[in-house]
Design a protein around this ligand. Structure first.
Ligand code: NDP
Length: 428
């Protein structure tokens, strides 16, 4: 399917019995979703024309695609094709894929569309990538089960699906895989830390899709210890972490999707948790909205109309893409890891710091969308260049982390490692 093939390798293992095109330097990409993350992905694809020679951006609302197309031209990053699509319809997606003939479909629509897009990719034998795991619109619950179930069908079709290639999940998983490969013989404890010290000036707004964000934060917390899940009340566990280059921030334990794949893929793990920072204003607003029923996802009757409270709230809140340009400050997202090397216990912190205003200057975005969109583009590069071309359905940490980590440094998300950390210096 690729436009130029310089070498063709045949893999003979039963699992990987498909053609692997190595050395190709041109590829066709179909991106679905033109929201906050979608804008970043499209710019970054256009900034890597040596790999992505032809880009098509499709989303539900054509005007959002037009706006991104215009911005890319303004920045002298060339042209992209645009069109509208309903990604809830497998039939519409198949027709679009057959017309565009992409090497890869890059899904940055909503988690609700993961399965329809994966299904359309399977029907057309096209590679697939996303940044968030499948969620059913009617239940605030997410897990990989339904996507992992495509493993054998993707293998048989000779195509790859790369799941969770954003920052968290995504880069955080790769930080763990990289640490395992280069710093530890055994990893015992992982704390994933997601700190946003940005200020957008609104009393309450979410940094990415409000519906997805509020469903995640208001859900019960969960972490994994000694082989079992431990459940907590929503935001029950709070710790104050001292983030390098930012300072001390209230951080709350949440359940996050990368925990599910990491407990499977990092052998010997004894505990893994996820913390995210929230300011007092965010927590107070969220609790009040929850108390009055505004986070509900079941239909209610209002003046003869049926509405879903959370979707109505989304209409009232600032569009996350509009926070770009008014957000100042930095993010620090990283992984605090404790384990054993050469028989000695040690800890490291591996992280990236991203500046909201620099993201706006580069691609008209804030750092949350930027830190998601850049790894999505890098994941696409790993697949189409053949670095990670392996038939089946994989989470990012199941591939070699080195080429991806190298790209992070080149593509705007440089990372650092603090070695021989002491937990007491981080946890206040
Ligand atoms: P937005 O809501 O800003 O954008 C979603 C886009 O998808 C919009 O353009 C929307 O269209 C489009 N869309 C929604 N439904 C359909 C449909 N049925 N057919 C076609 N297009 C559709 O979300 P974000 O950009 O903030 O997030 C994008 C994804 O990134 C989400 O899955 C989110 O969970 C994930 N994410 C991952 C992170 C990570 O680190 N791994 C972090 C942050 C986000 P319309 O404009 O018409 O609404």
């Amino acid at each position: 399917m690729r436009t130029r093939i310089t070498e063709v390798f045949l893999h003979f293992t039963p699992e990987e019995n498909h053609f692997l095109y190595k050395g190709t330097n041109m590829s066709r990409i179909l991106q679905i979703g033109a929201g906050g993350v979608g804008g970043v992905v499209a710019h970054k694809l256009a900034m890597n024309r040596d790999v992505f020679s032809h880009i098509t951006l499709a989303s539900r609302t054509l005007s959002k695609c037009e706006e991104i197309q215009k911005q890319i031209r303004e920045k002298n990053r060339g042209d992209i094709d645009i069109c509208s699509v309903d990604a809830d319809s497998v039939g519409e997606l198949v027709t679009l894929i057959e017309r565009v003939k992409p090497d890869l479909v890059l899904n940055v629509a909503l988690p609700y569309q993961d399965i329809t897009i994966m299904e359309a990719c399977l029907k057309t034998k096209t590679n697939y990538l996303d940044t968030a795991n499948y969620e059913h619109p009617d239940s605030a619950h997410f897990e990989y089960k339904e996507q992992w179930a495509y493993m054998n069908r993707y293998k048989d079709a000779g195509i790859s699906a790369l799941l969770g290639s954003g920052f968290d999940p995504g880069v955080t998983n790769l930080f763990c895989a990289y640490a395992k490969k280069h710093y530890f013989d055994e990893i015992h404890e992982i704390d994933i830390l997601d700190c946003n010290a940005g200020d957008h000036g609104y009393p309450f707004a979410t940094n990415f899709n409000p519906e997805i964000n509020l469903r995640e934060v208001s859900a019960k917390g969960r972490y994994w210890e000694n082989g079992e899940w431990v459940e907590t009340e929503p935001l029950e566990i709070k710790q104050v972490w001292d983030y390098p280059e930012i300072g001390k921030k209230d951080s709350y334990l949440l359940y996050h999707e990368e925990l599910e794949s990491l407990i499977k893929n990092i052998e010997g793990l004894k505990r893994i948790r996820f913390f995210m920072t929230f300011g007092e204003s965010y927590i107070t607003h969220m609790r009040s909205l929850e108390n009055v029923g505004m986070l509900g996802i079941d239909e209610v009757e209002h003046n003869g109309c049926k509405i879903i409270p959370l979707q109505f709230l989304k209409t009232l809140l600032p569009d996350p893409a509009s926070l770009a340009g008014r957000t100042k400050g930095k993010t620090n997202i990283g992984v605090f890891i404790t384990g054993i090397k050469d028989g000695i216990k040690k800890s490291i912190y591996i992280y990236n710091v991203c500046d909201h205003e620099s993201c706006f200057d580069e691609v008209y975005s804030q750092a949350i969308s930027y830190t998601t969109g850049v790894p999505a583009m890098i994941g696409a590069k790993m697949l189409v260049s053949g670095e990670w071309d392996r038939a089946g359905v994989w989470n990012v940490e199941e591939h070699n982390p080195d080429p991806f980590m190298e790209e992070l440094n080149k593509q705007g998300l440089p990372w650092k490692v603090i070695e021989d950390c002491n937990l007491d210096d981080f946890l206040k």
